[in-house]
Design a protein around this ligand. Structure first.
Ligand SMILES: [Zn+2]
Ligand SMILES: [Zn+2]
Length: 391
């Protein structure tokens, strides 16, 4: 009978790290303490360590024999600006900040895998353990890319993992294709000619144009998007006029919202369609429109061949019956996409068990499940063993 992996002591130390990170949450690009703990841990394992990449990012590199592939594994380190309302021994010690997305667990698991793999002498190839800052909408992955991650590290394939409540502990979902939507923001302003509310014919009313625009916006998905694909275009803010001046038609109205898609072509199309509808409606009303589309996050789209490798590793690590191959994509985003649009990637969902008290990601009671640490470490470790298997 072989010894359990990770060992009881290894697991206990990873749980302790996880609880310590949970108690000391740091927001995006502020992960100084977390990054220091990560860098010291990796160095103590004997890995090459690069700190301060993309702000607070850390990369630990394990070099095996030559000839094998160069792969990267991603964990995110940041917490969220929200209070923790659950009472637990390791609850957040920082007011208004908490690990409500389980990135404390992601960090602990990847450290566990790095420690287990650092002892191996039979691997051929290179593994980069990438600890990224600022996943929660602050652009940490992009910051690492801009800071030369791909120039400093040769990376053939990128692997990501996120915990998922609702999937039982010990199970993992690995699915090719779209996993998470693109997440972009847009703004449209209509510039007319303000006038007396009683004399609309003397101006050019931007508010009526905005009404037409908001109605037409709905046709971008219903009429302009392939029905077997899908997308979201939502207007989430409108600003114009003054309730203390209800006899004044204003000069301008500003509208903003979010756009989400699961493919690069649909994402491009949403940008073009929002501009087309805004310009067309402005023209019909004899006014001007300005529009901007800020690309924040591309969709996370799993490469088929890379996902097959992830699936094989998950089957070997967790048992075939514990690997889910059909799991619906999420309309949330993950900037892992900034890595997986550059090289083939596979992003998997690790079971976090039932949603305790109904608490899901970004809930003030959410918590990573310590029982998922073992399966997560086994998945990462097996993936590297299979990828870097010496010929
Ligand atoms: Zn999150
Ligand atoms: Zn997250």
């Amino acid at each position: 009978m072989s010894a359990p992996f990770p060992s009881h002591d290894d697991l206990a130390s990873l749980v302790a790290i996880r609880h310590d990170l949970h108690a000391h949450p740091e927001l995006g690009f502020e992960e100084l303490r977390t990054a220091r703990i990560v860098a010291e841990f990796l160095a103590a394992c004997g890995l090459e360590v690069m700190s301060g990449i993309g702000g607070t990012g850390v990369v630990g590199t394990l070099r095996g024999k030559s000839g094998g592939p160069h792969i990267a594994l991603r964990a995110d380190m940041d917490a969220l600006a929200m209070p923790e309302t659950a009472d637990r021994p390791y609850r957040s010690t920082v007011d208004g900040k908490m690990h409500a997305c389980g990135h404390d667990g992601h960090t602990a698991m990847l450290l566990g895998a790095a420690r287990a793999l650092a002892k191996r002498t039979d691997l051929a190839g290179t593994v980069h353990f990438v600890f990224q800052p600022a996943e929660e909408g602050r652009g940490g992955a992009d910051a690492m890319v801009r800071d030369g991650l791909f120039e400093r590290c040769r990376i053939d394939r990128f692997y990501g993992l996120h915990n998922m409540p609702g999937i039982p502990v010990g199970r993992l979902a690995a699915v090719p294709g779209a996993q998470l939507a693109s997440s972009d923001r847009w703004e449209v302003s209509f510039r007319g000619i303000g006038t007396h509310g009683g004399k609309p014919h003397l101006g050019r009313d931007p508010i009526v144009a905005a009404g037409q625009f908001l109605a037409s916006l709905q046709t971008i998905v219903s009429r302009g998007t392939d029905p077997v694909d899908t997308a979201v275009v939502s207007a989430c803010a409108v600003a114009a006029g003054d309730f203390d001046a209800l006899n004044v038609i204003p000069d301008t109205i500003r509208i903003g919202g979010t756009a989400r898609a699961y493919s690069h072509t649909t994402r491009d199309r949403l940008e073009a369609e929002i501009a087309r509808v805004a310009n067309g409606i402005a023209r019909a009303n004899g006014i001007d429109a300005d529009h901007v589309f800020h690309r924040l996050m591309p969709p996370v789209i799993n490469d088929r061949a890379t996902t097959a490798r992830a699936t094989e590793a998950a089957r070997a690590a967790l048992g075939g019956e514990n690997v889910i191959t059909d799991f619906p994509p999420s309309t949330a985003g993950d900037d892992f996409a900034s890595f997986s649009t550059r090289v083939p990637g596979a992003y998997v969902w690790l079971g976090n068990g039932p949603a305790e008290d109904g608490a899901l990601h970004h809930n003030t009671r959410y918590d990573f499940n310590d029982a998922a640490i073992g399966p997560g470490v086994r998945y990462w470790t097996t993936l590297v063993e299979q990828e870097l298997r010496a010929a």
